[in-house]
Design a protein around this ligand. Structure first.
Ligand SMILES: NC(=O)c1ccc[n+]([C@@H]2O[C@H](COP(=O)([O-])OP(=O)(O)OC[C@H]3O[C@@H](n4cnc5c(N)ncnc54)[C@H](OP(=O)(O)O)[C@@H]3O)[C@@H](O)[C@H]2O)c1
Length: 272
């Protein structure tokens, strides 16, 4: 199966689907999920300093013997590591844990007040040094992105935000599109909070696809990158099997109608 790539503004590309790794901390779960994902064609892995599994990812990559250049590794600066010096030091620790010479994509995990500017400038330096290929942000609202114009020499190439059929954030998607910032959808399955919507069920039955596959396909057709998390080999396989059918405009419209601003994770909208 060929997984589409999405071109980033800095010239690099990211696979449109990757494996989310939040809450995958138990060693045997991690190994099984990683090897199932590689087998099914995943090449992008979404970790974070806060997830406590960078070391497990580094180990799994080493054991797999896959070429590093065939993988796309994302990690994120933990909120407790914001600030110029801590961003640099913690990135170096991440590199060691991941057992790699470079990180494909480093994100600022959250728009932490006061220190987010210093952390961003540190990421720009790390990119110049070649330790990070692409730099981006996570949980940034339009306001936080606009503010970056006052201090950033480089624009973020990605904004990773909570995005699923129940939280569609159309204004944020439009703004990112205008600015050539790719939107990466985290919790694309709404963290499993609502797996019982009748419209999704109806469309799933038409295509003989699962509920989760329709949720993911919707985001793929909005040109987003998706990072569903699973530790189950069967679901890991299911979640990537979404490139052999296409939702009609009418179905996209129906799915757009079920947005209900459901946040299952952080709410960054009130962060000054
Ligand atoms: N930047 C941020 O602040 C941020 C915040 C949250 C998440 N993320 C990233 O986004 C990734 C995904 O988000 P998430 O982990 O919150 O939630 P998610 O991917 O929306 O949902 C994961 C949940 O759905 C289940 N699941 C997976 N595939 C399924 C399927 N085909 N059918 C039914 N259930 C399925 C999983 O259980 P099983 O494992 O048992 O299959 C798990 O309970 C994270 O792992 C992380 O990498 C980033």
């Amino acid at each position: 199966m060929t997984i589409p790539d999405i071109k980033l503004a800095d010239g690099y590309s990211i696979p449109q689907i990757g494996l989310g790794l939040w809450q995958v901390k138990e060693s045997s779960d991690f190994k099984n999920a990683f090897s199932a994902a590689l087998k099914e064609g995943y090449r992008m892995f979404d970790s974070a300093q806060a997830y406590g599994n960078e070391q497990l990812l580094g180990q799994a990559i080493k054991e797999s013997k896959i070429n590093r250049s065939d993988l796309f590794i994302t990690t994120k600066i933990n909120v407790s590591n914001f600030g110029h010096k801590k961003t640099i030091l913690s990135t170096k620790r991440s590199l060691q844990k991941l057992n790699t010479e470079y990180i494909d994509l480093m994100l600022l995990h959250f728009p932490v007040s006061v220190v987010r500017k210093k952390s961003w400038l540190a990421l720009e330096e790390l990119k110049k040094e070649g330790l990070i290929k692409s730099i981006g942000v996570s949980n940034y609202t339009i306001r936080h992105l606009k503010e970056m114009k006052n201090y950033a020499s480089e624009k973020p190439v990605i904004n990773q935000v909570e995005l699923h059929v129940f939280l569609q954030q159309p204004e944020l998607i439009d703004y990112c599109r205008q600015e050539n910032i790719v939107v990466e959808a985290y919790s694309p399955l709404a963290h499993g909070y609502d797996m019982d919507n009748q419209i999704i069920k109806k469309i799933a039955s038409k295509y003989s696809k699962s509920y989760a596959q329709i949720m993911l396909r919707f985001l793929i057709q909005l040109n987003c990158v998706v990072i569903p998390k699973s530790v189950s080999p069967a679901r890991i396989k299911e979640n990537i099997d979404i490139f052999d059918f296409e939702l009609t405009n009418e179905e996209m419209k129906e799915l757009k109608s079920i947005d209900r601003s459901l946040r299952t994770c952080w709410n960054p909208t009130l962060v000054p």
